[in-house]
Ligand binder design. Structure first.
Ligand code: GNR
Ligand code: NI
Length: 168
């Protein structure tokens, strides 16, 4: 069992909007550690606090090949977007289903670290860039499902139902 419980679609709490973090204390550091542990345990490459029912603006990501680049972003904001890319995305709140989503190809992100120190990540591309956009969406109550046409939404729901029936 992963440390933290990950909310599953269509849990209404996935639509909550996360509030900015104001206190850079031990509780925040523990949340980040627990989110990273849960992400690694579930073989995800990212996790947003909203998914573990903590509506604070915190995300963790490790988009490396060797699971050795844990990153955390507190109060992240995309400050520039360049180009468009389509990427096959998955989500820990929709296990087993995947969909192609259009995202910005390259982004610049401003955030603070767990100490409250301002940071910038410039020119994030590929899986990292896509994942940051996917996670920031979660903080605003948006999932990859919300990016799909109604036809693709229906298809994805059916696949999800089938997978869930199979694993009962
Ligand atoms: O594990 C995940 N993989 C992934 C693949 C492509 C684009 C985005 C992601 S994020 C996802 C984990 C997750 O649900 N984060 O919110
Ligand atoms: Ni997700």
């Amino acid at each position: 069992m992963p440390l933290l419980n990950i909310l599953q679609f269509p849990d209404p709490r996935l639509k909550n909007i996360a509030a900015p973090v104001e206190h850079f204390d031990a509780e925040l550091a523990t949340l980040i550690d627990n989110m990273l542990e849960t992400m690694y345990e579930t073989r995800g490459i990212g996790l947003a606090s909203i998914q573990v029912n903590v509506p604070k603006r915190v995300i963790v990501i490790d988009a490396s090949d060797n699971e050795n680049e844990p990153r955390h972003f507190v109060n992240p904001e995309i400050i520039a977007k360049r180009g468009v890319i389509e990427w096959e995305e998955g989500c820990l709140s929709f296990p087993g289903v995947y969909a192609k989503i259009k995202r910005a190809k390259e982004i610049d992100v401003k955030y603070v670290d767990k100490h409250g120190k301002p940071q910038e990540l410039l020119n994030a591309t590929g899986l990292l860039g896509v994942c940051i956009q996917h996670e920031i969406d979660h903080l605003d109550g948006i999932t990859f499902y919300d990016h799909l046409s109604s036809l693709k939404k229906e298809l994805l729901r059916k696949k999800l139902d089938k997978i869930r029936r199979r694993s009962l």
